[in-house]
Design a protein around this ligand. Structure first.
Ligand code: CP
Length: 309
């Protein structure tokens, strides 16, 4: 997969297929765009991209759209319900059609983790950006998380980063593991017993909740993804919060310099106490803002380089 994806820099499938140098370049360009996004630099003016979201999204979809507009791109927004997908058109034929209309890159989120990967193999003739593939991967989320951590601490190597919550259903945790490990972070995981994932724990050790919160430099909460659960959760939201959430009492045990992160959407009063979402230690809304700059850098790296300034 690596040969056809990132080496030619035509697609973004997951952080695991990126080299440290490629990620570093994306983070550097994101920093450039953080400083310059209001300067009316529109390196890709008049060129077309399409956003295809087969699953709900607020942050990823709109931050890609802002990033695309900042780069001067024309945007086609696809809606499954009113597209010919409902008449049985395949994703490959849909994307091939868009390419024939002039689209150079498609940003895709899909509930089935294999669909985006299969599309890359079939090669419809444009760049493909993974905006969330089932429970498997969400590379731009991991890149913006890395950017936010680096922005705050200056250096990622040596930081202890706790990923806490619904581990078995989280695409964010998977993409984050590759990039955080690559940059030398010490990643630990924690959460309810029934949401543990043995595969993940081969890469990042499981640590009891209070110990994880007390010792981490970054406490990253993960949403309970009820829509992906095959069995109904026995706990109420309030019981989950008391047993496994970042309560105000648990947050008081954090290191004073530690930060709170959450990819969103967050459930106030479930995995995180409502008053902590906008607390001084929280970087949650900084993550959202950084998503635009990182996605500008990703799109720029996939479209040709002529527009660079
Ligand atoms: N973090 C994230 O992917 O949020 P959305 O589902 O709103 O895009």
């Amino acid at each position: 997969m690596r040969d056809t994806c990132m080496v030619e820099r035509r697609h973004l499938l997951d952080t695991r297929y990126l080299t440290k140098e490629q990620i570093t370049e994306i983070l550097e360009r994101a920093a450039f765009w953080e400083k310059n996004h209001n300067r009316a630099l529109v390196p890709f003016a008049g060129r077309f991209v399409a956003n295809l979201f087969f699953e709900p999204s607020t942050r990823t979809r709109f931050s890609f759209e802002v990033a695309e507009k900042q780069l001067g791109l024309h945007i086609l927004n696809f809606s499954e319900a009113v597209s010919s997908a409902v008449k049985g058109e395949s994703l490959y034929d849909t994307v091939k059609t868009l390419v024939s209309l002039g689209v150079e890159a498609v940003v895709i989120r899909h509930r089935d983790p294999s669909v985006i990967y299969e599309l890359v193999e079939k090669d419809p003739g444009c760049s493909i950006v993974n905006a969330g593939a089932g429970i498997l991967s969400h590379p731009t989320q991991a890149l913006l998380d890395l950017y936010t951590i680096k922005q705050h601490f200056g250096e990622v190597a040596g930081l202890r980063i706790a990923l806490i919550g619904d581990l078995s259903h989280s695409r964010v945790v998977r993409s984050n593991l590759w990039s955080l490990n690559m940059f030398g972070a010490q990643v630990i995981v924690s959460g309810p017993e029934e949401m543990r994932d043995p595969e993940l724990e081969r890469i990042a050790p499981y640590v009891p909740l209070d110990e994880a919160i007390k010792t981490a430099d970054v406490v990253m909460l993960l949403r309970v993804q009820l829509e992906r659960h095959e069995q109904k959760m026995d706990l109420t939201a309030s019981e989950y919060h008391q047993m496994y959430g970042l309560t105000v009492e648990r947050a008081a045990m954090m290191k004073p310099e530690a930060i709170i992160m959450h990819p969103g959407p967050f459930n106030r009063g479930v995995e995180i106490a409502s008053e902590l979402v906008e607390s001084p230690q929280s970087k949650i809304f900084t993550q959202k803002a950084n998503g635009v700059f990182v996605r500008m850098a990703v799109l720029e790296s996939l479209l040709d380089q002529k527009g660079r300034m």
